[in-house]
Design a binder for this molecule. Structure first.
Ligand SMILES: N[C@@H](CCC(=O)N[C@@H](CS)C(=O)NCC(=O)O)C(=O)O
Length: 201
């Protein structure tokens, strides 16, 4: 099994954290999806990472499908509750964290367009989504130890990946000061090997 990705994508980081938490061996293959010479379309017609390639060459994407696959195939350290309302609530946390990343990446890409082509109103629209997602995460986390329930779950993995991405790409966003409970959660997550070894570079 191999994972196609890079060292900066928060979606790839989410998958690498899950692999590490589940003690699943997997080759890591770097692909620069932004380079003209990328061959990522052979593995994912959408041209995006992460892609998990199984031993029979089946390609699995996107990150939400990959983590679900990985969690269901190895019984140790279940990260997604097996069914019912609990499962959906953890997946809503994941959707919120992924959505924060979608908006942050849209801001980053728009900001990289040449002067005169950038749309400040588009950047502002995305920035509002990032702010609203952070506020919602902080509110729902409250004083709890973990995002969902009493145990570490995929909700924490997804939120931690999103917070790490913001810290990496938008250091001027002082979410750590605005939301001390999110800062404490991220500091706690960063004590885990899975988070330490996947810090975006
Ligand atoms: N919903 C997808 C998002 C994946 C995604 O957008 N990956 C970015 C890297 S951070 C990418 O490959 N972008 C290349 C492109 O959009 O062409 C997932 O969860 O896997």
């Amino acid at each position: 099994m191999k994972l196609i990705g890079n060292h900066t994508s928060p979606y790839v980081r989410k998958v690498r954290i899950v692999l590490s938490e589940k003690k699943t061996e997997c080759e890591f293959v770097i692909n620069d999806v932004w380079s003209a010479s990328t061959d990522i379309e052979h593995s994912n017609p959408l041209g995006k990472i992460p892609v998990l390639v199984l031993d029979d060459n089946t390609c699995i994407y996107d990150s939400r499908v990959i983590v679900e696959f990985l969690d269901s195939r190895a019984p140790i350290q279940r990260l997604i509750p097996e069914g019912g309302r609990e499962r959906i609530e953890v997946k809503v946390w994941e959707a919120l964290a992924d959505g924060l990343q979608d908006a942050a990446i849209a801001m980053l890409l728009e900001g990289r367009r040449p002067e005169g082509e950038k749309s400040p109103s588009w950047i502002h629209r995305q920035a509002r989504k990032v702010d609203a997602a952070l506020a919602s995460m902080s509110r729902s986390l409250g004083k709890n130890a973990w995002c969902y329930g009493r145990n570490f779950s995929l909700a924490d993995v997804a939120v931690g990946s999103a917070l790490g991405y913001l810290a990496f790409r938008f250091p001027e966003n002082h979410w750590q000061k605005t939301y001390p409970n999110l800062r404490s959660l991220y500091e706690k997550l960063m004590q885990r090997d899975s988070f330490k070894s996947t810090l975006p570079q």
